[in-house]
Write a protein that binds this ligand. Structure first.
Ligand SMILES: CC(C)(COP(=O)(O)OP(=O)(O)OC[C@H]1O[C@@H](n2cnc3c(N)ncnc32)[C@H](O)[C@@H]1OP(=O)(O)O)[C@@H](O)C(=O)NCCC(=O)NCCS
Length: 224
């Protein structure tokens, strides 16, 4: 069934409904680890920057959102986690958060919102996009990988929770795959080992009932 989704930039007038949507999402998480909520003060700052928030509505009701953030040279800049050169850090934008109301999942909204925000990031002149995803969140990981981001790091972030660090060069260079491996998404040690050897995660196996998702890693070389 195709629903009448309406995707638009949000402004500060949407703050209250964004907070309300976050609460619904929080109440339905399989575990709190997969999605860290943003508070009112943080969201107010997001709205100060044009096109930083995109929402999807059905009728009047906000049912999905994506926000981006420009981290500058702050300690939170995810470029630091993947050893981007210092001079690249100011050319980087974060895909900071995306979420869909539980009743409206399965329509590819995270992917649509992410592609829309990647276009904004490119139009604003940034050359890198980064985000984090929990290894306990295979759906979100699959969506970001299908938008062209790749796993380039795996770190313990807030509360000691593991996070993949995903990165995309804008525009994306052509890359030739030279060696491929796959590993269970929960195998933190195995993935840290592959990343330390220069592999990047680029695909996740389709979800099968009761089976661990597998993440595909490869070594690449640029081709022109
Ligand atoms: C991750 C998230 C944004 C994906 O929502 P979405 O864009 O609607 O997901 P998709 O359309 O790609 O759904 C793909 C499939 O996964 C299923 N799915 C989506 N989210 C799911 C979830 N949290 N748990 C289990 N299955 C889920 C969908 O029903 C769909 O199944 P189908 O193909 O059989 O219909 C959504 O699950 C969510 O808001 N989760 C909580 C917040 C969160 O984790 N945000 C991302 C943080 S990095």
């Amino acid at each position: 069934m195709t629903l009448p989704f309406d995707m638009k930039f949000l402004d500060a007038g949407s703050l209250a409904e964004l907070l309300e949507l976050q609460n619904v999402i929080a109440a339905n998480l399989p575990c709190p680890e997969v999605f860290i909520l943003h508070d009112e003060e943080y969201l107010r700052e997001v709205f100060c920057r044009d096109r930083s928030a995109i929402g999807v509505r059905i009728g009047e009701m906000l049912i999905a959102f994506s926000i981006i953030r420009i981290p500058g040279i702050s300690a939170e800049n995810l470029g630091r986690d993947i050893s981007l050169p210092e001079e690249e850090l100011t050319r980087l934008a974060h895909l900071q958060a995306a979420a869909v109301h539980p009743a409206y999942r399965g329509h590819g909204l995270q992917r649509k919102l992410t592609f829309a925000h990647l276009d904004v990031i490119e139009e604003l002149g940034y050359e890198h996009a980064c985000c984090t995803v929990s290894p306990k969140n295979p759906v979100s990981l699959g969506n970001y990988l299908s938008c062209g981001l790749a796993i380039e790091g795996l770190r313990q972030k807030r509360h000691g929770w593991w996070r993949f660090i995903l990165h995309k060069d804008i525009p994306q260079a052509n890359q030739l795959e030279i060696e491929q491996k796959r590993v269970a998404i929960s195998d933190i040690a195995g993935q840290l080992d592959l990343l330390s050897k220069g592999f990047k995660g680029f695909r996740i196996s389709p979800q099968c009932e009761g089976k661990q998702a597998q993440v595909f890693y490869a070594k690449f070389k640029s081709s022109f």
